[in-house]
Design a protein around this ligand. Structure first.
Ligand code: CMP
Length: 146
């Protein structure tokens, strides 16, 4: 019943100092951080991550943006009950102007191209994205409170 999802603070979220706030929201909700790293993703990683969007007009700009190196992304894996669906609710709609008050995107953005955070949208994309970003043995550390 416990599951894992991939969450990424995008460069705009890092630049604006929102990493701590975002981690806090997930921790306080009761989810468990099982992997985290800060990096500038390679083009190949970004294109694989956003592979489903490669025919969309904003694809190139999106990949250019997250690989630019102006700021890193913070990639994470969170674990817990229903975390895939619950994290989508915590994050809010892709377009922050449509996000419900209380969500991360509503609280911190008004721009679809600078919407602060990414979260896997399904079990299959969570599996795929976790494997892409944290594919080495030992990258994920599960733990239990003492
Ligand atoms: P994300 O959840 O990371 O998934 C794909 C991203 O594409 C999305 O958030 C947006 O930041 C970005 N994007 C940029 N422009 C658009 C657009 N017009 N429609 C949808 N997504 C967009």
């Amino acid at each position: 019943e416990s599951e894992r999802t991939f969450i990424m603070v995008k460069p705009d979220g890092v630049t604006r100092g929102l990493v701590g706030e975002i981690i806090s929201r997930f921790e306080k909700r009761g989810y468990k951080l099982v992997a985290i790293k800060s990096l500038v993703p390679s083009r190949q990683l970004a294109e694989q991550h956003y592979g489903d969007l490669r025919t969309r007009p904003f694809f190139k700009g999106l990949v250019n943006y997250i690989t630019s190196g102006k700021a890193p992304v913070v990639a994470m894996v969170w674990e817990g009950r229903d975390v895939i669906r619950q994290s989508r609710a915590m994050i809010g709609a892709t377009n922050p102007l449509e996000a419900v008050p209380g969500t991360i995107r509503h609280a911190f953005s008004i721009s679809i191209g600078r919407n602060v955070i990414h979260g896997s949208d399904s079990f299959d994309s969570a599996e795929k994205e976790i494997g892409l970003w944290f594919g080495k043995p030992g990258d994920l550390v599960s733990w239990e409170p003492v």
